[in-house]
Design a protein around this ligand. Structure first.
Ligand code: B12
Ligand code: SF4
Ligand code: SF4
Length: 259
């Protein structure tokens, strides 16, 4: 059955599938490679394409339906908002190892992939965690603009988190966003990682409808409704227009934000 599931998933373009137990269920964990190149601009790579949640949901629904048609009484797909930490599931399903940048790394895909899974009542033998570890070169730790990786992972100093934080930012927080140069997300700890020195082959869904940069001109003057209509299908839109405009302005500021 596991081989049949893997070959059905391969037909959906999912080539990395692993199995693990979660509570009394089996998690069928899938990796979705998304790297489609570094483009000039101020968005991080994961935010270029149409919202990955929708892309993953559609594929996981098809996989769930396949399981339901093949003996499962229950099968439901999750990405980002499921009951378990996605990286942990993927790690236990043998799909990668943890990097010092706090991301899961797969030897064939590097770290530029999303994780999604289907929880099902089908009893399938769990896979084993993968042997292997990140090269521990420390490049991500040194390159991180906020020092967020110096001892474990410090969300408060991660630019990716700051670009999504609502409300007023402190001078130090604004300074970090300016230093990193991103309006949404941050790729620095993945860019420098030698595990990403590979030939990527992203799923085609992540290579179309790309937006790689945002400017104030694109957003100013749009009502919230018009913003949703125009950009609501992109992951960068979920925190709303005001947060994006704030970040764009930080990047455009001439001053040293800490003063
Ligand atoms: C909230 C969140 C964020 C927040 C905060 C992350 C945090 N660690 O708290 C912010 C906004 C910062 C963020 C940023 C990013 N995120 Co994010 N994020 C999430 C989300 C939704 C939840 C994570 C969470 O709650 N963690 C809670 C804490 C407690 O867990 P944790 O830090 O992962 O650590 C636990 C385990 O992972 C494990 N663990 C951690 N390190 C190690 C090491 C070893 C050796 C072992 C054994 C275990 C282990 O132990 C911890 C306790 O159980 C997940 C999806 C999900 N539902 O899991 C995506 C997710 C982790 N993010 C993802 C991505 C792509 C990113 C970004 C690259 C996006 C970007 N370009 O900006 C950055 C990367 C930043 C970084 N260096 O980690 C992907 C990661 C894919 C991958 N290859 O690993 C995920 C899985 C989304 C997805 N469905 O694909 N993210
Ligand atoms: S995403 Fe950026 S700020 Fe966050 S840990 Fe990685 S390099 Fe540091
Ligand atoms: S940059 Fe080096 S230390 Fe950081 S995750 Fe990659 S291999 Fe590990």
């Amino acid at each position: 059955m596991k081989d049949r599931i893997r070959s059905f998933a391969a037909g959906l373009g999912i080539n990395e599938v692993g199995f693990t137990e979660f509570r009394d269920k089996t998690a069928v964990v899938c990796l979705f490679p998304y790297f489609s190149g570094y483009f000039p601009g101020n968005l991080s790579v994961y935010a270029y394409s149409l919202d990955y949640h929708c892309i993953l949901r559609d594929k996981l629904n098809l996989l769930s339906n396949y399981l339901l048609a093949n003996g499962a009484a229950e099968a439901a797909g999750y990405a980002d908002i499921g009951p378990e930490i996605d990286k942990d599931l993927a790690y236990h399903a043998g799909l990668g190892f943890y990097g010092k940048n706090s991301l899961l790394i797969n030897p064939r895909l590097g770290s530029y992939f999303f994780i999604g899974y289907v929880l099902t009542d089908l009893k399938l033998e769990p896979d084993k965690p993968m042997d292997g570890a990140c090269l521990s070169c420390g490049r991500c730790v040194s390159a991180c603009p906020g020092g967020a990786l110096s001892s474990g992972f410090n969300k408060e100093r991660c630019v990716s988190a700051l670009t999504q934080k609502k409300g007023d930012l402190t001078g130090a927080e604004r300074s970090l966003i300016k230093k990193a140069g991103y309006v949404f997300g941050c790729d620095i700890c993945q860019k420098v990682c030698p595990h990403n020195d590979i030939a990527f082959s992203p799923m085609p869904e992540f290579t179309t409808d790309r937006i790689t940069s945002l400017t104030a001109d694109m957003l100013e003057g749009l009502s919230n409704r018009a913003f949703r209509e125009k950009y609501g299908r992109y992951a960068f839109a979920w925190r709303g227009k005001a947060v994006l405009l704030r970040n764009i302005k930080i990047l455009d500021e001439e001053c040293d934000c800490e003063n």
